[in-house]
Design a protein around this ligand. Structure first.
Ligand code: HEC
Length: 502
């Protein structure tokens, strides 16, 4: 037998309070209308009718008070506003009761000035109804529910940069990630229950200090650890789970929003860092445009290149180029590759075979024909060997080449060396050794080189550094990089491989 405790019933009944309160409001409003029309002799309503209306208003007001009390037992409301609202509700009910008594035939005869008093009470009770209703609304929807949408409310205009259906042209140099991207998501999906007046789970998300403090179970996020962050965990729980956020039936977090929240946590959960100070992958760019953010391509590339200094790539992107022909794209797709535009209005592309175990020295030939348009070539975690060098060598517009975790060795460097515009080279986990150094130091345009987990010695490393003093060499592995690589799924559209070690 299922035993349901009495308090369960109380909370259940309490939930009818928001419905119930409309009754006294309705009854009392009709009373005000009738009494006003009566006063101006516009219509004559039988006194009995009026008595019945006040009676209904009084009864429903008292019931609302009782249900409201049950609802408050659930907790999670701002105590101060709650007590005010409760008292106002009681005063409203008592005023109703007084009016009812004054309207009785008995009182009208016995009590001097009863009509005058009744009129004064009518006015007071109307005011009380408005005040009580307003406070109740604040408890449910948050204090700035009404005012935030005022057209001339400046605060509103500032914080609603994101998340409407229109596109926003933003300047990456001024956008603050938390304020302009993350906070609007919280505001839309979380804050109606986690604010000053409604603190479900004892959690407020409307101000940074409270967000940092967390809820009744403590902190709700861990910087750099999205999967370990309580609020992300809750968003990821199945909707049927009681702890899932936002609770079932409420507007849910979308895929794009989740991407951005995770990214923000993973990048350190800063509350004041600007957009340009973050690492921005393709996926993040896509999620941002999914939410209506639009950064001009110019801004986008500047932000990226300011950090990395890929000058040649920048130059190429400014040169007009014809599109790759469709049948070639089809051919590349058939061999398991992705052809992705680098930027929207240019025809330059990234060709990616990331994690494609079917890619070998034979079928990589499918990319021949796309030499002019291909500037990024991602071949990590594939079956290619040094023999693919002959094809790679022909891709002369390549500015970024990724050979992470392939079987290539020093031999392929003699081919790569012939790529005149190469600025980024990833050789992590390959068989490259000090014997390949002579080729590497010929790559005068190289800006970034990843060589951890290769056979290059410290001595070799120093030789590269001496010959290419401006080259940025990544020779260490951090936990985060490991995770990033492990998380790369088959052909994932990701810029992770270009991430700086932090
Ligand atoms: C409709 C109301 C509602 C919305 C919207 C909502 N929550 Fe909650 N939240 C609750 C309730 C109720 C609890 C308490 C449930 C519990 O104790 O498990 C809670 C608890 C939490 C907790 C646990 C706090 C603690 O320490 O116990 C976290 C974290 C949380 N919510 C995050 C979020 C996030 C993030 C969002 C937005 C994506 C969100 N909530 C949206 C009602 C809501």
């Amino acid at each position: 037998m299922v035993i349901i405790s009495i308090s369960d019933w109380f909370t259940f009944i309490g939930r009818f309070h928001p419905l119930m309160v409309h009754l006294p409001i309705g009854f009392f409003s009709i009373l005000v209308v009738i009494e006003t029309l009566n006063r101006y002799n516009y219509l004559e309503v039988h006194k009995k009718v009026i008595q019945v209306i006040i009676f209904c208003s009084t009864l429903s007001a008292i019931s609302s008070c009782i249900l409201g009390y049950f609802l408050s037992l659930e907790g999670g409301y701002n105590e101060e506003i709650l007590v005010e609202h409760q008292n106002q509700g009681i005063v409203f009910s008592v005023l109703n009761l007084l009016m009812f008594c004054l309207k009785l035939d008995y009182s009208e005869i016995r009590i001097p000035f009863s009509k005058r008093i009744y009129d004064v009470l009518l006015l007071l009770t109307t005011l009380m109804m408005i005040i009580t209703g307003h406070h109740g609304g604040n408890l449910t929807h948050g204090e700035d529910y009404l005012t935030e949408k005022l057209p001339f409310n400046k605060k509103n205009n500032e914080s609603s940069v994101a998340l409407s259906n229109s596109t926003k042209n933003l300047d990456k140099n001024t956008v603050i990630v938390y304020k302009d991207i993350i906070k609007p998501i919280f505001k839309q999906k979380c804050e109606q229950c986690h604010n000053a007046s409604k603190m479900k789970g004892n959690l407020r998300m409307d101000e940074v200090s409270f967000f940092k403090k967390g809820g009744k179970h403590g902190e709700i996020f861990k910087a750099n650890d999205a999967e370990g962050s309580e609020f992300i965990k809750r968003i990821l729980l199945p909707e049927s789970n009681d702890e899932h956020m936002p609770p079932k039936g409420k507007p849910q977090i979308t895929e794009d929003e989740l991407n951005l929240l995770r990214w923000w946590i993973q990048e350190g959960a800063s509350f004041d860092k600007k957009f340009v100070e973050f690492e921005i992958g393709n996926e993040i760019n896509q999620s941002l445009s999914g939410l209506g953010f639009l950064f001009s391509d110019e801004n986008k590339r500047n932000a990226r290149n300011n950090q990395t200094g890929f000058i040649l790539e920048e130059k190429i992107l400014n040169e007009p180029i014809t599109t790759i022909n469709e049948s070639l794209i089809q051919k590349i797709k058939e061999s398991g590759g992705l052809v992705l535009p680098i930027s929207q209005n240019k025809n330059y592309v990234e060709i990616s075979f990331v994690n494609n175990k079917n890619l070998n020295d034979e079928n990589i030939q499918s990319i021949l024909g796309a030499e002019k348009q291909t500037i990024w070539l991602k071949l990590s975690n594939t079956k290619i060997t040094d023999n693919a060098g002959a094809v790679i060598e022909k891709m002369t517009n390549t500015t970024r080449l990724n050979l992470f975790n392939t079987k290539v060795t020093d031999k392929i460097l003699t081919n790569i060396q012939k790529l005149p515009k190469l600025e980024y080279l990833n050789l992590v986990g390959t068989g490259v050794s000090d014997a390949g150094l002579n080729s590497i130091i010929q790559m005068k345009n190289l800006k970034k080189l990843y060589i951890w987990n290769t056979k290059i010695t410290d001595e070799g490393l120093n030789k590269i550094k001496n010959n290419l003093p401006n080259l940025d060499i990544e020779n260490g592995i951090t936990e985060k990089m490991k995770i990033d690589y492990l998380n790369l799924k088959q052909n994932e559209v990701s810029d992770d491989v270009y991430k700086k070690k932090d």
